[in-house]
Design a binder for this molecule. Structure first.
Ligand SMILES: [Zn+2]
Length: 144
């Protein structure tokens, strides 16, 4: 069993057909309705198994604008929201990156800071971590 390695910054790896690990069916693209530039659009969100007896679903692998994996950032940001107060998060962000956090969540220092920023935005604006990550990505797009 070999697993495809996801290299940072690698694009165009999503064209390969995904197969359900439970029943071997080719997975189907799933879409969600999202508001993009003021219009309702269907946005690819992942893959799901067509078998009615199987509930296997995978979410698309999302990349930040730098091409870094968003999963670790998102997971850590969610944990931050769950386990810390806004004040604690701001205090943490003002200091040095936490070595234990970085090791535990497989984050670079930049990702650690990004996750804290995401958690702070989410808490301050009453957003989900997903929405807060999009805010940060949008801001970066506009600066570029
Ligand atoms: Zn299946």
């Amino acid at each position: 069993m070999t697993e495809r390695k996801r290299r940072q910054g690698q694009k165009g790896v999503k064209t390969i057909k995904e197969i359900c690990p439970k029943c071997g069916e080719y997975l189907k693209r799933t879409y969600t309705r999202e508001l993009v530039d003021g219009k309702q659009r269907f946005v690819k969100s992942g893959w799901s198994c067509p078998s009615s007896a199987c509930e296997y679903v995978v979410k698309d692998y999302v990349e930040l604008s730098e091409g870094e994996p968003v999963d670790n950032v998102k997971n850590f940001a969610e944990a931050c929201c769950d386990q810390n107060s806004l004040k604690e998060l701001k205090a943490a962000l003002a200091g040095d990156a936490d070595e234990t956090d970085m090791k535990t969540w497989h984050l670079t220092e930049d990702q650690w800071r990004k996750a804290l920023e995401v958690a702070i935005i989410a808490m301050e604006n009453n957003l989900s971590v997903d929405e807060a990550i999009k805010c940060i990505c949008d801001e970066e797009d506009q600066e570029a």
